[in-house]
Design a protein around this ligand. Sequence first.
Ligand code: HEC
Ligand code: HEC
Ligand code: HEC
Ligand code: HEC
Ligand code: HEC
Length: 549
Amino acid sequence: MSAFLAGADVWRPRVRLALGLLVLGLSVASAAEKPATAPADPRRSEAVYRRYCAVCHGPEGKGDGPNAPFLEDDQPRDLTDSRYIGGLSDEHLYRVIAEGGQAIRGSRFMPPWRWTLSPSQIREMVTFIRALSAGAPASPSLAAEPPAGATLAVELGCPVCHRIGDLELMPVGPNLSADGDRVQRAWLVQFLKTPHTIRSFGYHPLSRSRMPDFRLSDEEAVSLADYLITRQRGIPEPSPESPRAAALVQRGRELFRQYACRACHTRDGTGGRAGPDLDTVAQRLKPGWVMRFIRDPQAVDCVSPMPHLGVGEDGARAITHYLFDAAFPQPDSPPSAEAARKGFTLYRALGCGGCHWDESNEVTDRIGPDLSGAGDRLRSEWVSGFLTQSTAIRLWLTARMPGFRLTEAEVRALADFIANLKDPATPPLPERLRFSGSISEANVQAGRRLASREFLSCSSCHLGEEQPEGSPEEWAPDLRISAQRLKPDWIVRWLLDPQRLAPGTKMPSFFSDETSGPEEILEGDEERQILALRDYILSLGGARSGELR
Ligand code: HEC
Ligand code: HEC
Ligand code: HEC
Ligand code: HEC
Ligand code: HEC
């Protein structure tokens, strides 16, 4: 299957690296315990750089990261400037990375990294920066972007639900395993109903990941929130220290400035975008969790890109008072076991765990259709429309295709990517069965008769000109949508042998041998009958002669 896309081998490893994902991220976290003599691995430094430095210094080190425009006069240094970097000693570089801009009387917006990175990691960063400044990037993968469509698909988490050739499945969202300690229930329900961007540059920095929209009903959003709220480890909630609260808020404001939190966070409308907007913390998060996170982000989430800034317990308490303006939320009442169970079932059925891995994660089945050969099957215009606004096709699934708030350019990149997903193992249809570009009225008539209750009775299962019996969750796809969605030649392949294309499908094989088609129509010629059904289906989508490619 690896040949499903020409050049797959060339870009696949890059997709992995570009994300600097969990595998590398975890080795980042555990590197602290490794002996200082572990050999420098440029790929590891690259992942460290990507996770912690690139938002400001840029993916190629030119000082043009997406957070840079929000830093006003304190612009990140161009690390590829060989003149400048060449003039600095290794000791100087080590010191500025470990202790931050303050150590060189420079900008506080350059954070200190000594509590986040081990001494050997900092030494590796010095080597990495030397390589950046020596011209060619230390590793080609930071500069050379792989084809947009495949990277975008991985970053957005499409392979989490769909098999797509050999694209790898990777978590793209935060760990939700302690949401009961972390978020407020009312916010959570609202977010699940209408998700928005929290981390401007992705949970994995510089990725385009985002939380998709599952078009949840109110009831579904409430069940999911109830389930997530039950997941907790029990962080104690601080209470506002009333007599001292005003003083603590004031102290917190000062510390917030001293630690230069604004380098990455917006507060009162100004500041960086590398981390979430902190104006909304009071509606969103729980104070106990915030305190803990500010003290040691990696203890909460080992791959968190927020630096450990060495804030002590009292400092974290003061900053938390400042962020909440000393008005801590009322604790949420615990949800009923029944509600949480419903939410858990839904969480699995919708495939939430595919993007949000956690300790309890068993690798879930891919819940969406296989897209490996989707370029042979789906019409590109339809795919674009569907990615912009998806609707249910397989009514029996609880799973659904979520909405990703894609830009037009992203839709184009993904639709092109999908159009090129061809299965080389599929033999071409013989010429006589291929679609010529127009449908014939005689075929449409014959197809309609064949499909009718008198003969093959397609409408006993499919929506189309008539309604099937039974409940909608059991209906097969609406053939009017299929007509706009599927490529004409794929419809023929499907009718020839549905079991081969989708083993175990409920769709019967009507044309398994040369005598299976009804004798009364088109002289009992199976091939002509299949073409008649194809034209009939296409006509249901509104096609007339000459309209189709
Ligand atoms: C929030 C933005 C930000 C992040 C994240 C950041 N830097 Fe910086 N960095 C800066 C700014 C601003 C300066 C300029 C400091 C100055 O010259 O006053 C700078 C300067 C530097 C310098 C040059 C120091 C000098 O003497 O001129 C180095 C080296 C550097 N950063 C390395 C790193 C490394 C390595 C990382 C990741 C571990 C990193 N930076 C992460 C903002 C950032
Ligand atoms: C949470 C799981 C999930 C994720 C993530 C997801 N999909 Fe889907 N997708 C589905 C499900 C389920 C369906 C089937 C919907 C139906 O039939 O009603 C689907 C259907 C589709 C279809 C139509 C296929 C067909 O044969 O009808 C396309 C195309 C598609 N997805 C592309 C994508 C792309 C591109 C991405 C990444 C941006 C993506 N999907 C991410 C679950 C997901
Ligand atoms: C170098 C950039 C950087 C600096 C400096 C920084 N943060 Fe962060 N912060 C982040 C990032 C990135 C996240 C998102 C982390 C994650 O998802 O794990 C974050 C997350 C947070 C959160 C959780 C917010 C939420 O909505 O989930 C809080 C609270 C927070 N930071 C507070 C602070 C405070 C207080 C300071 C100063 C003491 C600070 N940060 C300094 C980058 C930074
Ligand atoms: C295709 C991947 C994907 C799927 C599937 C997905 N999420 Fe997310 N989710 C994300 C990403 C990425 C973020 C981080 C968004 C941000 O920071 O802007 C996120 C954020 C969240 C958050 C907020 C996290 C925070 O920082 O406060 C919650 C809660 C959440 N998702 C719940 C769910 C639930 C429930 C489902 C299933 C219905 C689900 N997610 C399915 C990718 C996904
Ligand atoms: C016993 C129920 C049943 C009958 C009868 C039936 N189908 Fe299907 N058909 C299905 C199911 C179920 C699917 C979905 C297959 C899947 O995704 O596994 C399907 C899929 C299809 C598709 C692909 C639809 C899409 O959008 O992906 C076409 C085209 C189709 N059938 C045509 C027909 C025609 C034409 C007839 C009559 C000759 C017919 N079917 C009769 C159950 C049926």
